[in-house]
Ligand binder design. Structure first.
Ligand SMILES: NC(=O)c1ccc[n+]([C@@H]2O[C@H](COP(=O)([O-])OP(=O)(O)OC[C@H]3O[C@@H](n4cnc5c(N)ncnc54)[C@H](OP(=O)(O)O)[C@@H]3O)[C@@H](O)[C@H]2O)c1
Length: 264
């Protein structure tokens, strides 16, 4: 299946095979976007494509890609260019989380995390924003985290990667102000997806965990409104506002407290 190139409503979602990305794809399909779905697990993407076609008549292209491969962003961009497709909304959602002490965690794992969470989203943003700027139309939705606001011990590389995503997005907002290209950074708190299952975050009280559908809906609304940054959920927003007005020693201490009992 190939999305229609002439609609002006074609969205590319990375990490659409599960969790928040899958729910973002569902929201976009419900709002009549045709879709390009990217992740490693092709079967999951094909299942989702079939469901979205049946439920909404959505045209979907599936691209199986490992974003830890430095060549993947260019491969995705070239496949779409060859198909004559333009992307109106880019969702940089794919990401991974690794818990553990910085000094003992595998370096390969740390570099893989940075490749997916930082390098691939930068490359995709750079590749797809240029045509958006040329036609003065387009949106980018980047998925960061509340961890972007707090250095978190035992999640040091993950939290730093999300701080990068937030910083890049806000800087791009400034560069693009006055144009019709918008960049939104979505910052979820702990969300019930495969990412947190098996980690200590999954053991938090249910009231502290959001569901992926709600996070996706909030992200979609913020993106369509052209909001620069959106923290998902009122409790997370209050926590982030609190953090912003604290001295940095206290913010570091909070990050250390969050790490208690976690990592190895
Ligand atoms: N869950 C939370 O508590 C939480 C909180 C704040 C922010 N976030 C952020 O939200 C985003 C989505 O996470 P999630 O919670 O929905 O996690 P998830 O359920 O684990 O989904 C992660 C998605 O990223 C894709 N992905 C991972 N590594 C990839 C790779 N090398 N190449 C291509 N795709 C890859 C996965 O697809 P494949 O495995 O099929 O490749 C999957 O579709 C991430 O950026 C995450 O950091 C999550």
């Amino acid at each position: 299946m190939t999305p229609r190139a002439d609609e002006g409503r074609c969205a590319l979602v990375t990490g659409a095979s599960g969790g928040i990305g899958l729910e973002l794809a569902r929201v976009l399909a419900a709002h009549r976007f045709s879709l390009v779905l990217v992740a490693r697990r092709e079967e999951k993407l094909q299942d989702l494509a079939r469901t979205l076609k049946a439920d909404h008549g959505t045209e979907v292209m599936v691209i199986a890609a490992d974003l830890a491969d430095p060549a993947a962003p260019r491969m995705v961009f070239d496949r779409l260019a060859d198909a004559g497709l333009q992307i109106d909304l880019l969702v940089n959602n794919a990401g991974l989380l690794r818990e553990g002490r910085f000094s003992t965690m595998s370096l390969d794992e740390q570099l893989q995390l940075l490749q997916v969470n930082v390098v691939a989203m930068t490359a995709l943003s750079r590749l797809f924003v240029a045509p958006m700027v040329a036609r003065n139309h387009g949106r980018i939705l980047n998925v960061a985290s509340v961890a972007a606001f707090v250095p978190v011990a035992n999640l040091a590389v993950y939290a730093a990667s999300k701080a990068y995503v937030l910083s890049l997005g806000e800087a791009l907002c400034q560069e693009l102000s006055g144009s019709k290209v918008t960049v939104t950074t979505l910052c979820p708190g702990v969300t019930d997806t495969g990412m947190v299952q098996g980690t200590n975050f999954g053991n938090l009280p249910r009231t502290m965990i959001m569901d992926a559908k709600t996070v996706a809906r909030e992200g979609y609304r913020a993106c369509m409104a052209g909001k620069p940054v959106h923290v998902a959920g009122m409790a997370n927003e209050l926590a982030v506002q609190w953090i912003k007005y604290q001295p940095s020693w206290l913010v570091r201490a909070v990050g250390g407290f969050l790490a208690k009992g976690r990592g190895g």
